[in-house]
Ligand binder design. Structure first.
Ligand code: ZN
Length: 247
């Protein structure tokens, strides 16, 4: 159930019995020479929409740009400063809370977003406490990283072994192929499995990972596996987050 495809009377009616909302959050950043710049936003919203359908919970508009400073040496990447991202998350939550939403489940597609999302939650909680004290509305925010769901991690290891890697992974690429089968690229990857290593900032990431991949071979992705990963993530999130969303 997508909030953008609802009318305001429908949302009003929903809020008479429900208080939960799902917020997909991703990134717009390079994913190596063969995968889409929108991968992390596409995967987050693909999983989020399925969870929303399964639980009859509204899914807010996707936050499609995240904290991707470290990818900025590659064309097409976009980033928010952490402070901007915290302000954006705060405004999404406070807007929706004005109408009665109280449980905010963020389904995230980008590891680089995690510290900022967690900081945003405490920014919101502390603002509410400082402004309203004991009368503050009972706003609770939760975070799930779909790619870290144990069934997804287990399946990725079984299908791809070490070639799952850490960025432009075959599991996330497979999910984009499930979502957009007309956007599958056949690009030669050299070497097939990208190097492992470390980085600190945008320059060192480009120096250590020349084509943008990290330890992965996204050519192992298939559309069918993407469908399976979405189902595994959906079922895990439904099972573990239904009570939270029901508030
Ligand atoms: Zn990604």
């Amino acid at each position: 159930m997508r909030l953008q495809l609802a009318t305001w009377p429908e949302v009003t009616d929903y809020l008479t019995t429900r208080r939960g909302v799902i917020l997909p959050i991703g990134s717009t950043e390079q994913h190596g020479p063969s995968a889409l710049v929108g991968t992390d936003a596409i995967t987050a919203e693909t999983v989020a929409w399925e969870v929303g359908e399964a639980l009859n919970v509204y899914v807010a508009p996707t936050m499609a740009v995240g904290m991707a400073h470290h990818h900025m040496a590659f064309a097409g990447s976009m980033t928010l400063r952490p402070s901007t991202m915290i302000a954006m998350i705060r405004d999404y939550v406070v807007s929706l809370s004005a109408h009665g939403f109280r449980r905010f489940l963020f389904i995230n597609g980008h590891g680089g977003n995690i510290p900022t999302i967690q900081s945003a939650f405490y920014e919101i909680y502390e603002e509410q406490r400082a402004t309203h004290g004991a009368d503050a509305p009972d706003i609770q925010c939760g975070l799930v990283n779909w790619f870290n769901s144990p069934p997804v991690v287990e399946a990725a290891r079984r299908y791809f072994g070490d070639a799952e890697g850490g960025h432009a992974t075959p599991s996330e690429v497979a999910v984009t192929w499930h979502a957009y089968p007309d956007q599958i690229r056949d690009v030669p990857l050299d070497p097939p499995v990208a190097p492992e290593g470390r980085f600190t900032d945008w320059r060192s990431l480009r120096a250590n990972f020349p084509d943008g991949r990290m330890g992965s071979n996204p050519a192992l992705a298939t559309r069918e596996l993407g469908t399976e990963f979405v189902a595994l993530a959906r079922d895990h999130i439904v099972k573990t987050q239904a009570d939270f969303l029901a508030g």
